[in-house]
Write a protein that binds this ligand. Structure first.
Ligand code: ADP
Length: 455
């Protein structure tokens, strides 16, 4: 860019100087011709008609006037005598511009290229009685003037080009410096500023660009992080499933092998019971995993779901389990409370909460179910169970997290229930709140916020 500016300014200055020289020469040449014609007019006054008009008079007058050329012409334009070229006598000069003008107005002038290079002949013709007197001198022509100026002009052009080149270099350096500083800062992703008001829009544009770039980079970075997290979580999920499957499978294999040995009827029955039990657990796990994974691909449209009905039906289905443990159920549920979702999702959420309230309750404990309609329907499941330690309050929603680590143990859960509840609530935009005190009980509350109806 700098080179281009330099070349351009050199070119402009060279063109400018050349034009200036040509115009000056034209103007100066014009003045010069006027001056010569005026001198010729003064010379013409020195001639009196009474002096005669032959070759001798012409020669004398020419000598008196330091060698100017004198020509006498008759009224019809025939040369009577010429001080410089006597042989012209008798030739017709009636077509000459200065003569024709003199015939018309009494005097005339003309400039013609001379035989010698760079010179021009200036003519002045004046009526003198019945003849015409023509005086002429050689003066330098416009081209002659230009030619004479040429060496100086070339030097001037070279000097000017050099000066312009240096100036352009300095100016471009001054102009480019703040721009280069802006670019340098932008390259370092720093906020740029310029003390020059002309560069302010450029700095602002660069800042906007840097910000946009920064945002994009952060987006890419966070997308990358999410992909890494998703991969890690997928691997962890697979590892957990494998681990959960391993326990019943080992058990089934062990007891199946036992069956091939000599066992008493009682031992055989016990082994078969264990195999069936572990088989059920395995099937249960597979079902849980399938249900959990299906949620990710479930984009089915929501519709109005009657939560009151689901609560009543689920409580009825689980009544035998509550009975077995002597649990008392208190239901404070409004009728016909609806939310925008899908039947199976609400069943999954409430089913998990109620099953947990039974599983983790004390013998002869109490479960209270609250359901309230309105702008934001609320469902609350309270129990008087073992409670959740504060450090586990967040973890219980993680996949495969169980407080009781002996998986096949007392409660036998896989730790997928609450993960599923949380996933459904998150996707629907519902608030899921857990309150618990160790040894006192737990309460799960869902606020079916209508802000995000799509479940
Ligand atoms: P699980 O199949 O083990 O019940 P969940 O995801 O439903 O899996 O629950 C995760 C863990 O949270 C449970 O193992 C349990 O320790 C704890 N938990 C869930 N609900 C309750 C509750 N109502 N009272 C006490 N602990 C609970």
């Amino acid at each position: 860019m700098r080179m281009r500016i330099m070349l351009l300014s050199v070119l402009i200055s060279v063109i400018g100087l050349t034009m200036y020289a040509m115009i000056s020469v034209q103007i100066y040449g014009g003045y010069e011709t006027d001056l010569v014609i005026r001198s010729l007019k003064v010379y013409a006054k020195m001639y009196e008609r009474s002096d005669g008009a032959d070759a001798e008079v012409a020669g004398e007058l020419s000598e008196k006037l330091e060698g100017v050329r004198i020509t006498f012409l008759s009224a019809d334009g025939t040369v009577i005598a010429d001080s410089e070229i006597p042989s012209l006598a008798g030739t017709d000069h009636s077509d000459r511009e200065e003569f024709r003008e003199a015939v018309a107005t009494g005097e005339g002038s003309a400039v013609r290229e001379s035989a010698s290079a760079g010179m021009a002949s200036v003519y002045y013709c004046k009526k003198a009685g019945d003849i015409y007197l023509r005086i002429s001198v050689e003066a330098i022509s416009t081209w002659g003037l230009l030619y004479g100026m040429l060496p100086m002009l070339i030097w001037l052009i070279v000097l000017e080009a050099l000066l312009c080149g240096i100036c352009a270099y300095i100016f471009t350096s001054i102009i480019l410096k703040p721009v280069q500083e802006l670019v340098k800062k932008a390259a370092l992703h720093e906020k740029t500023e310029s003390k020059y008001k002309e560069l302010k829009p450029v700095a602002d544009a660069m800042n906007r660009l840097t910000e946009a770039l920064e945002e994009k980079m952060q987006e890419i970075e966070s997308e990358k992080e999410q992909v890494v997290k998703a991969n890690a979580s997928k691997n962890e999920f697979i590892a957990n499933i494998t681990h959960e499957m391993n326990t019943p499978l080992t058990s089934i294999k062990g007891f199946a092998e036992l069956l091939t040995t000599n066992l008493s009827d009682e031992q055989r029955k016990k082994a078969i019971k264990v195999i069936i039990g572990q088989g059920d657990r395995l099937a249960n796990l597979v079902e849980c995993v399938i249900n959990y994974n299906q949620l990710d691909n479930d984009d089915l449209p929501p519709y109005e779901v009657n939560v009151s009905k689901i609560v009543a039906e689920t409580a009825e289905i689980l009544a035998p389990d509550m009975e077995k443990r002597g649990i008392k159920l208190i239901r404070e549920t409004e009728e016909n409370v609806t939310v925008m979702s899908r039947h199976e999702r609400v069943v999954e959420v409430f089913g998990n909460l109620l099953r947990n309230a039974i599983k983790y309750n004390k013998e002869n404990g109490t479960i209270r179910i609250l359901l309230k309609g309105g702008e934001t329907p609320v469902l609350r499941v309270e129990d008087t169970g073992i409670g959740i330690a504060p450090e586990n309050k967040e973890k219980i929603f993680d996949r495969f997290f169980t407080v009781d680590k002996s998986h096949g143990g007392k409660h036998g859960g896989f730790g997928l229930g609450l993960a599923m509840v949380k996933k459904i609530c998150n996707r629907a935009g519902w608030n899921l709140i857990v309150e618990s005190e160790l040894g006192v009980g737990t309460a799960f509350t869902i606020e079916f916020t209508h802000g995000k109806n799509v479940a």
